[in-house]
Structure formats: C-alpha cells, structure tokens
Design a protein around this ligand. Structure first.
Ligand code: ZN
Ligand code: ZN
Length: 609
C-alpha cells in the first residue's frame, strides 16, 4: 500500500473479504490530489479485489475503542465455558478489525478471535455487526446481530451444542505448524494452543519443518491441556518430498532431512525412538522442483513409482485443507490406486495450518479409532497404531462411518462367504453443513451411489452381491464446500485451473474383503500378478481371464505386461484387446493414458536422480 510514494503498510495474504486499517504517518497526506496505489512487491501478479477506501480522522486504537461487546460462549448442555472461535463481520459480510484485551487466552486476527475460555471483550466502532461462535466441525454455530453505538457496552452470551457424534473416534490433525518454529505463517506457539482448543482437535501433532516441538509445557501454561493431547512430530522436509513423522520420544534425535533416498530415509525415521507413523505429505504439490505424484515420477493409473522409490511410508495425505487441490478428490483416487498397487497405506486428512485464520487448523482432519473420552489424555501409541492399521475416517466438513457385515470397519479385513453382504454407512455433520452424495468404491471403482438430500438418508445399508475376487471398500461422502466466513475453505494452494468449487468431503479408511476364502486380502496387483503368471506369455489368455476381474486388476495387469512382456502398443496386442471385456479394455486404456503422460513428462523434465 503506497500513499504518495510512501509505503504505509501491506495487505494481508488472505482471500476472505476483510476491512483493513492502516495508520497514515503524519505528513504523508498532502493538500490537493493524493495517490494511493497497491503494488505487488514480487514480480508476477495477484488478483486483488479492492473496495471503498476511507480516511478516518482517528488513531487506530482510538477508532476501535468506541463500543464494547462482551462475549461469553458456553456449552448449551453442560453450561461451562467453551474454547471457541468468534468471527465478526460487518453488514457487508466483511471481516472487521477488532480491538480486544491482550491476554494469553486469546488469539486475534482481522474479524477472528479464538478464545480458550469462551470469553472476549470486542472493541468496535459504531456499526451493525454479526458475531458467529463456533468450535470446529463437531459443534453448532451460534449467531448474534449487534447494532453498536459509540459508547455502548453490550453483553452477548452465546451457546454452542455438540452436533456431530464421533464417539470412539479421536479428532486428529497430523500436520500443524507455528510461526515460532517454522518461520512462516502467523500463529505463534501460544496462539496455536488456543486455536487447537478452539477447533476441537483432540490429538494435535506438532510438525514444524525438521524439528521436534513439544507443545505440552505451553498447553499446560495456557490452561488448555485438558482439551487436547499434544504429540511430538516432525515434518521431515527433504528435496524429494515432505514426510510427517510421529510420535517422537522427548529428546529423540532429528532424522536426517538431507537424505534423499526414500529407501534409506523412511526406515531411518521409523527407527527413531517411538516413531510409528510416516506420512507422505501433499504428494501432488511441487516443492523444490519435485512433485512426488507428478507424471514424471508416478504412473497415476497403477501407482507405480517410476524412479524406483519404494513406498515405505505407512500413510499419505489424501486431503490437506491448507494445500487444497483444484480437484479435491485427486489424492483420494491416488490413495485408492496405491492400495490397488498392494500398499498398506492409510489415508489421512490434515490442515497444514501455519496461521490463526487463513488456513484453519483442524479443518482437514483424521478421525482415528480410539478412546476419545478424555481428550487431554489420548493414548498416543494406540492412536498411532490405529493410523498404521488404517482405522481412520478422513474428514473435511463431513464424517463417515462404514461397516461390512455390521462389525468390520476401516482397517479391518473381513471374510465374506455368503452370496450377499451388507455395507452399512452413516454420515454426520453439523447443522451448518449440507451433505449431498454418498458413494461406495470397490478397488477404486464406483459401485453404489445415493443422494443425501434429507437427514433421514444420512445412514443406510447397501446389499451387495459378493464380488468375484478380493476387493477393498471405501465409502465417500461429498457436498458443497463451506464458504461461510466462520469456516471458509481456502483456495487451492497450487491451482491448475482458475475454475474451482470448494467441496466438503469425508471418507473411510480401507475395509479389505477376503472373498476367495484363503484368509488373506489379495490386492489388485496380487491378483494381476497371478493372472499374468498363469497366462505364461499368452496375451489372449490374459485378456480372457481378466474378464472375471474388475478394472483395477486390468490396470495392474497392463502395467505388469508392458514392463515384462512387451509393448501394449503392438498391433496384435491391440486387436486382442478389442475382444476383451469392457472393464479390461478401459483398464488397459487407463494404463496407457497414464503411461503416455509419464513418457511425455519425463522427456520434458528429465529426472533429477
Ligand atoms: Zn510440507
Ligand atoms: Zn507443512
């Protein structure tokens, strides 16, 4: 922001509509015409929408210190104070600057106040305001309209109600930063404690870059240690991908983030005292010129890594609310592809939040199977084990539970002998979210789909004929993304289109089904290997046998054939394929499309290995 050639301040990097104040230093304004310009300091451009500009004849503090709203947020059932988030907007819906008392229980940004005891004294100039109180995904949203005059003092109690039943599931954010230790973003470690409590996260993993931070002393000092259990983690930030690891023992050595070989790095991280979980983060984003799941490194149809990197991590981010994908389901599909590729990889959701407000902590989260009755004392090792085993439900605005045969949930393998079996689902969300659709995938292939237009449809049972071979199931719920200023979804971090629709989603970890009675789950890759081996070089025989299998098995078979037997572009191979079942043809087509994309990308961008 430049006024008559003098920089008077900078805009906040935040896509939300907001009102901002800058102090004009004495002598900057001149008689006659004044020129205000907004320029980007870096090269390149940005899209900025600017509204009316006004000169106020008052010092900023003096301007804010006119009226007072005393907020007191309590639990509507238990009556006690609740850590929460307050969102304050003007009559245009813009976030407004607020003055507040300075105390450690408060984190303040434009239009946003997190408070660990439900109390806040908001100082505002005269005007009409809306104040919203919320406590993250599991709670209701309370709302008050206040018309404030300059000397008013208004007491505004607000009540919140728990609306989402997540009993038996621990609300976990596996990816949390602070400006104190990561050096970027704006949430100090003290403010981070208040925001975690205010968003209702129960298991909070500290993952600053290449360091292990223990939140416990800070949480205790601020009196929020009964609301969540801190976990010492580390975002091991290498030139070939970022990996979140936890839980680290206090004083455990830091993994070597200069190690670029996954085959060495990941086992070394897992050998560090107490570490159980290693997550591949934001695999579709480019960092230091490397994109783990870019086409130059990854066949997106088979999940094969093209640089010989072995997937030794045991989880991957399938949703990162601080680094959204233009296609919000891209990483969900990548994860299903990896399971088809025979990987024991758990999907997780996280926020990657560095900020108090721009990216909301815990917006993307993972519900982890475990005892959540005392959020201040979650069993960290048990929760880590649940994550390893896939006993999770990934969430950004929607929560999904699913069982097969009434008992087997995510992370479990169920043996099915009967000709039909039942998949039961339940979708839950707060009253301020609208779910739209529920889908069942088997080996990544869409099997069933229902709309969720009324609240009666939020649970149900599908009766499914027993598949002809082992599959894994996952249930996905989606709906329009939250745009409300109290919990807005952030824009994509590295957009690949200007077209973007925010989406709320939730899905379960894998439920593996053993239907051939051998007591183990066989992945699509396992099944494809056995068929390719039985075909013994006879492509027609392979294509015929694939007729009894789903598209996922054909995709894996295509990858194996091309790698070991010869080109799928060969004329006779293509002719034989024309006699194949529809899912066989589409599977080979999917593989070849991904293979061509990879060939092209590798020519254009040679591997850095
Ligand atoms: Zn990262
Ligand atoms: Zn990060």
């Amino acid at each position: 922001m430049i006024l008559n050639g003098n920089e008077i301040g900078s805009l906040q990097r935040d896509e939300n509509d907001m009102l901002s104040h800058w102090e004009i230093p004495q002598g900057t304004l001149i008689d006659g015409d004044n020129e205000l310009s907004i320029e980007s300091r870096e090269n390149g451009s940005d899209d900025i929408t600017v509204g009316p500009v006004r000169i106020i004849h008052a010092a900023p503090d003096e301007w804010l210190n006119q009226g007072t709203i005393e907020i007191d947020v309590t639990d509507s059932e238990e009556g006690g104070p609740l850590p929460c988030r307050l969102t304050i907007v003007d009559s245009d819906g813009c976030l407004v600057p607020v003055g507040t008392e300075r105390r450690p229980q408060i984190a303040v940004r434009t239009g946003v106040v997190y408070t660990s005891d439900g109390k806040a004294t908001l100082k505002l100039p005269p005007g009409r305001y809306k104040v919203f109180a919320g406590r993250g995904f599991e709670y209701s949203r309370a709302e008050a309209s206040v018309a404030l005059a300059s000397t008013d003092r208004v007491d505004q109690p607000l009540r919140l109600r728990r609306e989402v039943d997540t009993a038996g599931w621990v609300a976990c954010d596996t990816h949390i930063h602070t400006v104190t230790h990561s050096g970027h973003g704006d949430a100090t470690i003290d403010e981070r404690m208040i925001t975690i409590a205010g968003e209702g996260i129960e298991l909070a993993v500290a993952t600053d870059h290449n360091m292990q931070i223990d939140y416990r002393p800070v949480a205790r000092r601020l009196g929020v240690d009964s609301y969540f259990t801190p976990v010492i983690g580390n975002e091991v930030t290498t030139s070939f991908g970022h990996f979140n690891a936890f839980p680290f023992a206090v004083d455990a050595p830091e993994p070597d983030h200069f190690e670029n070989d996954w085959n060495v790095l990941v086992p070394a991280i897992l050998a560090t005292p107490d570490v159980r979980v290693v997550i591949l983060n934001h695999a579709r984003d480019v960092h230091r010129g490397y994109r783990p799941f870019g086409p130059e490194n990854f066949n997106e149809a088979t999940g094969e890594n093209l640089d010989g990197r072995v997937y030794r991590f045991n989880a991957m981010e399938t949703l990162n609310s601080g680094a959204q994908q233009t296609d919000p389901l891209e990483l969900f599909h990548d994860w299903m592809t990896l399971v088809n590729h025979g990987q024991q990889i758990t999907p997780v959701g996280s926020s990657d939040s560095h900020d108090v407000n721009r990216y909301i902590v815990g917006q993307g989260r993972t519900y982890v199977r475990g005892d959540d009755s005392n959020p201040g004392a979650v069993d960290i090792l048990q929760a880590s084990q649940s994550i390893r085993e896939g006993r999770v439900s990934v969430s950004a605005g929607l929560f999904v539970e699913a069982t097969v045969g009434g008992t087997a949930g995510p992370g479990e393998t169920v043996t099915v002998k009967s000709p039909q079996f039942a998949v039961h689902y339940r979708v839950d969300c707060p009253s301020w979210v609208t779910p739209q659709r529920i889908q069942l995938f088997a080996n990544g292939v869409l099997l069933r789909e229902e709309s969720l237009d009324s609240s009666e449809q939020r649970s149900g049972t599908w009766s499914i004929p027993r598949p002809r071979h082992d599959v894994f199931l996952t249930v996905l719920a989606t709906g329009p993304g939250t745009r409300h200023p109290s919990w807005p979804m952030a824009q994509p971090y590295q957009p690949d289109s200007s077209d973007w629709t925010p989406t709320n989603l939730g899905f379960t970890g894998p439920i593996r089904m053993d239907v051939d009675g051998d007591g183990v789950f066989s992945s699509a890759l396992d099944l494809a290997r056995s068929l390719v081996s039985k075909a013994n070089g006879d492509f027609a025989k392979l294509v015929e046998s694939l007729g009894d299998y789903d598209e996922a098995v054909s995709i894996q078979a295509a990858g194996l054939w091309q790698a070991n037997q010869g080109s799928l572009l060969d004329d006779s191979v293509q002719r034989t394929l024309n006699d194949g079942a529809p899912q066989t043809q589409s599977g080979f087509f999917e593989f070849l499309s991904a293979w061509r994309a990879s060939q092209r990308a590798r020519i254009e961008q040679p591997s850095r290995n």
